[in-house]
Design a binder for this molecule. Structure first.
Ligand code: C5P
Length: 230
């Protein structure tokens, strides 16, 4: 599989054996494997190191005071993850601190990706937290803030990718979950795109979880998605 494979498969489980089996099946067909908070909290560094075959996207969505986030980033640098996530709402100093900490790994440093507005939040939820802007306005505001503060890219929904690509230009990395291959069940993802639609809209990488890991043959589904965006 070429190094430019844009498919990221999310290994969302607390079961280390299951995650290892999924990784073995799909790693030859994807660019990265994504490990999230639930896997990392349950299995720690030893569990992380057992997942091999492709570079890792460590999706911890860090959000704390700048000093603590910088310490968290430094703590995981030895794991050589290719991507790490933080919350843009942590503010400019926190984002800069994450960026500076990542530089400690030199050429091998992880990309710092910022999450803007969680897709689980609607206008009503934003208002409840004191944000008067619409979700789209807030995504753009936080996206610009993150990039201006040193983030390499953003995690965004399929519905935001084209707006962010136009507003922020070609250099910003856009990683897009909420993807469903044509014909797949949407599950709890409300607004989805197919892999090819998301790439056409400007995604650098797409994140797919359950349509791959829940399939009878995860390797075949991953290979078919990769082929659809090659
Ligand atoms: O199984 P599914 O394809 O829905 O998995 C999507 C992955 O992307 C999960 O790991 C989920 O946590 C993550 N994600 C998401 N929506 C966002 C941000 C991240 O589904 N807005």
């Amino acid at each position: 599989m070429p190094a430019t494979n844009r498919l990221i498969v999310a290994l969302d489980t607390v079961d280390p054996d299951r995650a290892r089996a999924w990784a073995g099946a799909v790693a030859p067909h994807c660019g990265l494997l994504k490990l999230g908070l639930e896997f990392f909290l349950a299995n720690g560094i030893a569990g992380y190191r057992a997942i091999v075959g492709a570079p890792i996207f460590l999706d911890l969505k860090l959000h704390d005071i700048p000093n603590t986030v910088a310490g968290g980033v430094r703590a995981v640098l030895p794991l050589r993850a290719r991507m790490l996530t933080i919350h843009a709402s942590g503010g400019p100093a926190m984002i800069q601190a994450a960026h500076q900490a990542a530089l400690g790994a030199g050429d091998e440093r992880p990309m710092i990706l910022a999450v803007t507005v969680l897709t689980s939040l609607d206008q009503h939820d934003l208002h409840a937290t004191g944000v008067a802007a619409t979700p789209a306005e807030q995504v753009l505001r936080l996206g610009r803030l993150a990039i201006d503060s040193g983030a390499d890219g953003l995690v965004c929904s399929p519905m935001e990718v084209s707006m962010l690509r136009q507003a922020l230009g070609p250099a910003v990395k856009l990683v897009v979950p909420g993807i469903r291959p044509a014909g797949a069940a949407a599950g709890d993802q409300a607004r989805t795109m197919t892999p090819a639609e998301a790439v056409a809209a400007g995604a650098d990488w797409i994140v797919v979880g359950r349509p791959v890991t829940g399939a009878p043959d995860p390797a075949a589904v991953a290979a078919s998605i990769a082929a659809s965006i090659r």
